[in-house]
Design a protein around this ligand. Structure first.
Ligand SMILES: NC(=O)c1ccc[n+]([C@@H]2O[C@H](COP(=O)([O-])OP(=O)(O)OC[C@H]3O[C@@H](n4cnc5c(N)ncnc54)[C@H](OP(=O)(O)O)[C@@H]3O)[C@@H](O)[C@H]2O)c1
Length: 176
Protein backbone atom coordinates (compact mmCIF):
# COMPACT_ATOMS: atom_id res chain seq x y z
CA UNK A 1 0.00 0.00 0.00
CA UNK A 2 1.25 3.47 -0.87
CA UNK A 3 2.34 5.60 2.11
CA UNK A 4 3.16 9.30 2.30
CA UNK A 5 6.51 9.63 4.04
CA UNK A 6 8.67 12.47 5.31
CA UNK A 7 12.21 11.06 4.98
CA UNK A 8 14.64 13.58 6.41
CA UNK A 9 17.78 14.23 8.43
CA UNK A 10 17.77 16.56 11.41
CA UNK A 11 19.94 18.00 14.13
CA UNK A 12 18.94 16.60 17.51
CA UNK A 13 17.36 19.95 18.39
CA UNK A 14 15.00 19.71 15.43
CA UNK A 15 16.48 21.71 12.56
CA UNK A 16 16.89 20.44 8.98
CA UNK A 17 19.05 23.32 7.74
CA UNK A 18 20.80 26.36 9.24
CA UNK A 19 19.10 29.78 9.02
CA UNK A 20 21.18 30.33 5.83
CA UNK A 21 19.97 26.99 4.37
CA UNK A 22 23.33 25.27 4.84
CA UNK A 23 23.58 21.48 5.26
CA UNK A 24 27.30 21.50 6.10
CA UNK A 25 26.52 19.95 9.51
CA UNK A 26 25.00 16.93 7.72
CA UNK A 27 26.95 16.31 4.55
CA UNK A 28 30.16 15.34 6.35
CA UNK A 29 28.48 12.53 8.34
CA UNK A 30 29.29 8.91 7.73
CA UNK A 31 26.20 6.85 6.89
CA UNK A 32 25.42 3.60 5.11
CA UNK A 33 22.91 4.24 2.31
CA UNK A 34 21.90 0.59 2.42
CA UNK A 35 21.91 0.30 6.22
CA UNK A 36 18.94 0.59 8.60
CA UNK A 37 16.42 3.16 7.32
CA UNK A 38 18.95 4.10 4.63
CA UNK A 39 18.21 6.14 1.52
CA UNK A 40 18.85 3.21 -0.88
CA UNK A 41 15.96 0.91 0.04
CA UNK A 42 13.73 3.94 0.73
CA UNK A 43 14.07 5.61 -2.69
CA UNK A 44 13.50 2.32 -4.53
CA UNK A 45 9.90 2.32 -3.29
CA UNK A 46 9.18 6.01 -4.06
CA UNK A 47 6.85 6.76 -6.99
CA UNK A 48 6.37 10.53 -6.63
CA UNK A 49 8.05 13.40 -4.80
CA UNK A 50 6.99 16.79 -3.43
CA UNK A 51 9.15 19.59 -2.08
CA UNK A 52 9.11 23.32 -1.39
CA UNK A 53 10.99 25.83 -3.48
CA UNK A 54 13.81 26.41 -0.95
CA UNK A 55 14.61 22.69 -1.00
CA UNK A 56 14.46 22.65 -4.82
CA UNK A 57 16.77 25.64 -5.03
CA UNK A 58 19.21 24.03 -2.59
CA UNK A 59 19.37 20.92 -4.78
CA UNK A 60 19.86 22.96 -7.95
CA UNK A 61 22.59 25.10 -6.32
CA UNK A 62 24.51 22.27 -4.66
CA UNK A 63 24.11 19.11 -6.73
CA UNK A 64 25.39 18.74 -10.26
CA UNK A 65 22.72 16.29 -11.35
CA UNK A 66 19.00 15.77 -10.82
CA UNK A 67 18.90 12.16 -9.65
CA UNK A 68 15.14 11.65 -9.29
CA UNK A 69 13.50 9.56 -11.97
CA UNK A 70 9.92 9.92 -10.69
CA UNK A 71 7.59 12.92 -11.13
CA UNK A 72 8.41 15.73 -8.69
CA UNK A 73 6.04 18.52 -7.66
CA UNK A 74 7.73 21.73 -6.47
CA UNK A 75 5.53 24.12 -4.50
CA UNK A 76 6.22 27.75 -5.36
CA UNK A 77 4.50 31.03 -6.15
CA UNK A 78 7.42 31.98 -8.39
CA UNK A 79 8.47 31.21 -11.94
CA UNK A 80 11.45 28.90 -11.42
CA UNK A 81 13.67 27.30 -14.03
CA UNK A 82 13.03 23.58 -14.55
CA UNK A 83 15.49 20.74 -15.08
CA UNK A 84 16.17 19.70 -18.65
CA UNK A 85 14.89 16.17 -19.30
CA UNK A 86 13.37 15.75 -15.82
CA UNK A 87 9.71 15.55 -14.80
CA UNK A 88 9.54 18.58 -12.49
CA UNK A 89 6.13 20.19 -12.07
CA UNK A 90 5.90 23.61 -10.40
CA UNK A 91 2.63 24.08 -8.58
CA UNK A 92 0.52 26.44 -6.52
CA UNK A 93 -2.26 23.89 -6.15
CA UNK A 94 -3.40 22.83 -2.69
CA UNK A 95 -1.59 19.94 -1.03
CA UNK A 96 -4.81 17.90 -1.35
CA UNK A 97 -4.85 18.30 -5.14
CA UNK A 98 -1.12 17.60 -5.44
CA UNK A 99 -1.39 14.56 -3.18
CA UNK A 100 -4.10 13.13 -5.43
CA UNK A 101 -1.94 13.71 -8.52
CA UNK A 102 1.06 12.15 -6.78
CA UNK A 103 -0.96 9.05 -5.90
CA UNK A 104 -2.16 8.71 -9.48
CA UNK A 105 1.45 8.89 -10.68
CA UNK A 106 2.87 6.57 -8.03
CA UNK A 107 0.29 3.78 -7.99
CA UNK A 108 1.31 1.37 -5.21
CA UNK A 109 4.64 3.09 -4.62
CA UNK A 110 5.27 5.54 -1.78
CA UNK A 111 5.07 9.33 -1.86
CA UNK A 112 8.05 11.25 -0.50
CA UNK A 113 7.48 14.72 0.91
CA UNK A 114 11.08 15.94 1.05
CA UNK A 115 10.44 19.13 3.02
CA UNK A 116 10.74 21.76 4.27
CA UNK A 117 9.04 21.26 7.58
CA UNK A 118 6.10 23.61 7.05
CA UNK A 119 5.20 22.00 3.72
CA UNK A 120 5.18 18.61 5.45
CA UNK A 121 3.01 20.25 8.11
CA UNK A 122 0.54 21.31 5.41
CA UNK A 123 0.22 17.66 4.33
CA UNK A 124 -0.24 16.66 7.99
CA UNK A 125 -2.89 19.39 8.45
CA UNK A 126 -4.95 17.53 5.84
CA UNK A 127 -4.16 14.12 7.35
CA UNK A 128 -2.09 13.23 4.32
CA UNK A 129 1.10 12.24 6.15
CA UNK A 130 1.52 8.59 7.19
CA UNK A 131 5.13 8.21 8.32
CA UNK A 132 8.22 10.12 9.35
CA UNK A 133 11.69 8.60 8.96
CA UNK A 134 14.27 10.84 10.54
CA UNK A 135 18.03 10.43 10.86
CA UNK A 136 19.32 12.52 13.75
CA UNK A 137 22.85 13.84 13.23
CA UNK A 138 24.96 14.23 16.39
CA UNK A 139 24.82 18.01 16.47
CA UNK A 140 22.73 20.87 17.82
CA UNK A 141 22.27 23.96 15.65
CA UNK A 142 20.41 26.21 18.05
CA UNK A 143 18.42 27.79 15.22
CA UNK A 144 17.48 27.09 11.64
CA UNK A 145 14.76 25.63 9.43
CA UNK A 146 12.39 23.57 11.59
CA UNK A 147 11.93 19.81 11.25
CA UNK A 148 8.12 19.92 11.48
CA UNK A 149 6.48 22.94 13.10
CA UNK A 150 3.23 21.24 14.14
CA UNK A 151 2.00 19.27 17.13
CA UNK A 152 1.50 15.67 16.01
CA UNK A 153 1.18 12.44 17.97
CA UNK A 154 3.46 9.69 16.69
CA UNK A 155 4.09 6.01 17.34
CA UNK A 156 7.65 4.73 17.22
CA UNK A 157 7.85 1.83 14.74
CA UNK A 158 11.60 1.31 14.53
CA UNK A 159 14.87 2.83 15.67
CA UNK A 160 18.49 1.96 14.88
CA UNK A 161 21.88 3.56 14.46
CA UNK A 162 23.10 4.09 10.90
CA UNK A 163 26.71 5.27 10.88
CA UNK A 164 26.75 8.55 12.78
CA UNK A 165 22.97 8.97 12.58
CA UNK A 166 20.34 7.81 15.06
CA UNK A 167 17.43 6.81 12.83
CA UNK A 168 13.80 6.50 13.86
CA UNK A 169 10.63 5.64 11.95
CA UNK A 170 7.29 6.89 13.25
CA UNK A 171 3.67 6.39 12.29
CA UNK A 172 1.64 9.62 12.34
CA UNK A 173 -1.38 8.95 14.53
CA UNK A 174 -4.83 10.28 13.62
CA UNK A 175 -5.89 13.44 15.42
CA UNK A 176 -9.45 14.28 16.47
N1 LIG B 1 18.02 17.86 6.35
C1 LIG B 1 17.27 17.38 5.39
O1 LIG B 1 17.15 16.15 5.20
C2 LIG B 1 16.50 18.32 4.54
C3 LIG B 1 15.36 17.88 3.85
C4 LIG B 1 14.63 18.80 3.12
C5 LIG B 1 15.03 20.10 3.04
N2 LIG B 1 16.15 20.49 3.69
C6 LIG B 1 16.58 21.91 3.65
O2 LIG B 1 15.75 22.59 4.56
C7 LIG B 1 15.44 23.89 4.06
C8 LIG B 1 13.93 24.00 3.99
O3 LIG B 1 13.60 25.28 3.66
P1 LIG B 1 12.15 25.87 4.00
O4 LIG B 1 11.77 25.55 5.37
O5 LIG B 1 12.17 27.30 3.56
O6 LIG B 1 11.16 25.03 3.11
P2 LIG B 1 10.72 24.67 1.62
O7 LIG B 1 9.43 23.96 1.83
O8 LIG B 1 11.77 23.93 0.90
O9 LIG B 1 10.47 26.04 0.87
C9 LIG B 1 9.51 26.95 1.32
C10 LIG B 1 8.90 27.63 0.11
O10 LIG B 1 8.08 26.71 -0.61
C11 LIG B 1 7.00 27.41 -1.19
N3 LIG B 1 5.74 26.87 -0.64
C12 LIG B 1 5.53 26.25 0.54
N4 LIG B 1 4.25 25.89 0.66
C13 LIG B 1 3.62 26.30 -0.48
C14 LIG B 1 2.30 26.22 -0.96
N5 LIG B 1 1.31 25.63 -0.25
N6 LIG B 1 2.01 26.73 -2.18
C15 LIG B 1 3.00 27.30 -2.94
N7 LIG B 1 4.27 27.42 -2.53
C16 LIG B 1 4.57 26.93 -1.31
C17 LIG B 1 7.18 28.87 -0.86
O11 LIG B 1 8.05 29.32 -1.90
P3 LIG B 1 7.92 30.58 -2.85
O12 LIG B 1 8.50 31.71 -2.12
O13 LIG B 1 8.75 30.15 -4.04
O14 LIG B 1 6.47 30.77 -3.17
C18 LIG B 1 7.98 28.80 0.43
O15 LIG B 1 8.71 29.97 0.69
C19 LIG B 1 16.16 24.00 2.73
O16 LIG B 1 17.40 24.64 2.91
C20 LIG B 1 16.42 22.56 2.31
O17 LIG B 1 17.57 22.44 1.52
C21 LIG B 1 16.88 19.64 4.46
Amino acid sequence: MSRTIYFVASSIDGFIATPEHSLDWLLTRETDQNGPMGYGPFIEKVGAIAMGSATYEWIRRNLETWDYTVPTWVFTHRDLEGVSGADVRFTQDSVEVVHRLMKEAAGDRDLWVVGGGDLVGQFADHRLLDEIIVGYAPVTLGEGQPLLPRRLELRLLECAPNGELACARYEVLPTN
